[in-house]
Ligand binder design. Structure first.
Ligand SMILES: C[S@@+](CC[C@H](N)C(=O)[O-])C[C@H]1O[C@@H](n2cnc3c(N)ncnc32)[C@H](O)[C@@H]1O
Length: 276
């Protein structure tokens, strides 16, 4: 896929940021881990179970250090629904290695590379039906179609792709109340000065790329253009428990994060009529 110079610049910037903060961040940031356990995992399980079929493979696109895949595998094993094959993809070799170091993922197939270059035969050895996931990746991408187009190419009629990202309405609220700032401007220009000054979550600020993160309608259109239909949309908020109150009280979101859906899961399937 040909990328514009701006998209390339963005990508290399966000990757170098991950290389710098990623390893330390994913181990130390307790709110992040609690968020994944209390919101991302349940939303994935609900999407998985809503299909009422036994998936044979899981494919995690942008798997990071495997924290989510590990929880999902264990959750499915406890329900007697563990698929035969797991496959992990991330452009960071370090993350893939750390994911494979987890006992539950040690036997997984893995690929280090960019989503945009996903080889068409990547899925071939993986038994069908396959449950593809991508959690908290979409919001980092310059262009959502760089994820959805390759997925649209490799997905078969039996498979399902569950994309979990930050709910656009939650992003909009964060922006409205000034808790988040955009790294891009309305016309798609990256504000490099801002991006350099406020890198992602490290200093409590949130990073979103604006193109799709502000609108489910735009997200749906990009999916349709990639030959995918939205089968289901699930929104979820952080559950209100003693643990989550304690953990999120001190974050930039405060206890507001318990009151409104912050995660959204789009269950995407191969379009029945790709030309429509
Ligand atoms: C916020 S982390 C999420 C990791 C994991 N899915 C989770 O929920 O814990 C985003 C991950 O996406 C990966 N990533 C971002 N853009 C990518 C791309 N274009 N191709 C492959 N991996 C990508 C990053 O390397 C990083 O590991």
């Amino acid at each position: 896929m040909t990328q514009t110079p701006l998209a390339r610049q963005w990508q290399s910037w966000s990757q170098s940021l991950w290389d710098r903060i990623g390893p330390a961040w994913s181990q130390r940031d307790l709110p992040d881990l609690v968020y994944k356990r209390t919101v991302v995992l349940p939303i994935l399980l609900s999407a998985y179970e809503s299909q009422r079929r036994h998936f044979q493979s899981i494919v995690d696109i942008g798997c990071g250090d495997g924290f989510v895949a590990d929880m999902l595998v264990k959750g499915l094993a406890a329900r007697g629904k563990l698929p035969a094959e797991i496959a992990l993809l991330d452009r960071s070799q370090d993350f893939v290695q750390r994911a494979l170091a987890r006992a539950s993922l040690a036997a997984s197939r893995s690929l280090v590379g960019d989503i945009a270059d996903l080889p068409i035969d990547f899925m071939q050895p993986l038994p069908s039906p396959r449950f593809l996931i991508s959690t908290l990746v979409a919001m980092e991408l310059f262009d959502l179609s760089s994820l959805l187009r390759p997925v649209g190419r490799i997905l078969t009629d039996q498979d399902e792709f569950c994309m979990v990202t930050i709910d656009p309405e939650f992003s909009a609220w964060l922006l409205e109340c000034g808790k988040a700032k955009l790294a891009g401007r309305g016309n798609g220009e990256v504000d490099w000065e801002w991006a350099a000054e406020y890198p992602v979550t490290i200093n409590g600020r949130v990073f979103f790329f604006p193109h799709f993160q502000r609108s489910l309608a735009l997200c749906t259109r990009i999916a349709n253009e990639a030959g995918l239909d939205v089968r289901q949309v699930v929104r979820l908020s952080v559950p209100d428990t003693e643990e989550t109150r304690t953990v999120f009280k001190e974050t930039v979101y405060g206890l507001e994060i318990l009151k409104r859906p912050s995660a959204i899961a789009l269950s995407l399937v191969k379009a029945k009529d790709p030309g429509a």
